[in-house]
Write a protein that binds this ligand. Structure first.
Ligand code: GUN
Length: 314
């Protein structure tokens, strides 16, 4: 039995602040040499969540001293029109990073768009060239969310080499790159998904569980070994009081109900805190866990892209 009772929190806000401070310091140095890293964020259509994320990315650029440009396009934009915008951004020297916010409207061929971005400016790390380099363990731009999870695990000195890591979810944005980054750090990695048999049983063998499936509070105490590290990548809305009482700890229920009354919803990840807190050794909460790290890593990727692209002038 563990001598240490309770679950320690993985504070993503704290780790994100440290990363952003590092970026701001380097951006300030570059500024003295007349170099200002720049990010273009492209938003197509009116997805409300995407608007919030894009606004937050642009504001963070401003706060850290990066140049940023927001390009908003109509929901009816065609693949060809968006390709022309990408082409223009590829050619502009002051733009080091290009991010096309996903999801794109259905008439746009997302794969063509992602492949059109100059790999050197692909701060999302979604281009096949960057994916391929990442899989090989070569220098590449790495997707922000999984890269942020690794930074958080490192910050808390969670041992990765030899650990059993279970990644629940196999998306191109999180699950697949997450598994590869853990593998590069010598974890023994299992990727699970909606068709995995005995998912809870597989997950219970893990020292580290990364939940990235997009199912509200699906991962409960049955999925978690005593003392395991649990990282919650999900963002879902909970909109009934019954669900709030089922999902959250007694301690959290009052503030969550208050938020539900005020906003009509409260956010939860893919992990249900009520049955996981107390059993896990470490847990990243929603909000305040992985979320802030994604943007911090986007800033870091933009800085890296600027340094790599402008290497000769610095
Ligand atoms: N939509 C949800 N996550 C992401 C991300 O990491 N990058 C982009 N471009 N769009 C997203």
């Amino acid at each position: 039995m563990s001598m240490e009772a309770g679950t320690q929190m993985l504070n993503g806000l704290l780790v994100a602040e440290a990363i952003k401070q590092g970026v701001a310091a380097r951006v300030s140095e570059l500024g003295q040499r007349g170099v200002r890293p720049g990010l273009a964020v492209v938003l197509v259509g009116e997805n409300p969540a995407s608007k919030v994320y894009v606004g937050s990315k642009v504001r963070t650029c401003q706060a850290l001293g990066l140049f940023s440009e927001k390009i908003e396009l109509a929901a009816e934009t065609t693949t060809e029109e968006l390709l022309a915008v990408i082409d223009h951004l590829n050619g502009r020297d002051e733009i080091d990073g290009i991010l096309v916010q996903l999801p794109l409207p259905p008439q746009i061929e997302a794969r063509l768009i992602l492949e059109a971005i100059d790999p050197a400016k692909d701060v999302d790390g979604f281009h096949a060239v960057n994916v391929g380099r990442m899989v090989r363990g070569e220098d590449s731009l790495v997707p922000c969310t999984p890269a942020g999870v690794i930074e958080m695990l490192d910050h808390y000195q969670i041992p990765l080499a030899g650990a059993n890591a279970v990644v629940i979810g196999r998306s191109d944005i999180v699950g697949k790159p997450m598994a590869m980054l853990l593998l590069h750090r010598h974890a023994t990695v299992t990727i699970c998904h909606s068709r995995t048999r005995d998912l809870a049983e597989v997950s219970r063998r893990a020292d580290i569980v990364i939940a990235a499936i997009g199912r509200t509070a699906m991962v409960n105490g049955d999925y978690i070994k005593d003392g395991a590290v649990v990282v919650d990548v999900g963002i879902n809305k909970v909109s009934t009081a019954d669900d709030v009482r089922r999902i959250f700890t007694d301690e959290e229920i009052p503030t969550r109900l208050e938020e539900l009354g005020r906003r009509g919803y409260t956010l939860v990840g893919d992990v249900g805190p009520r049955s996981v807190i107390g059993r896990a050794g470490w847990f990243s909460p929603v909000p305040g866990g992985v979320g802030p790290l994604t943007i911090a890593m986007l800033m870091k990727n933009t800085l890296r892209a600027a340094e790599a692209r402008r290497g000769r002038t610095m």
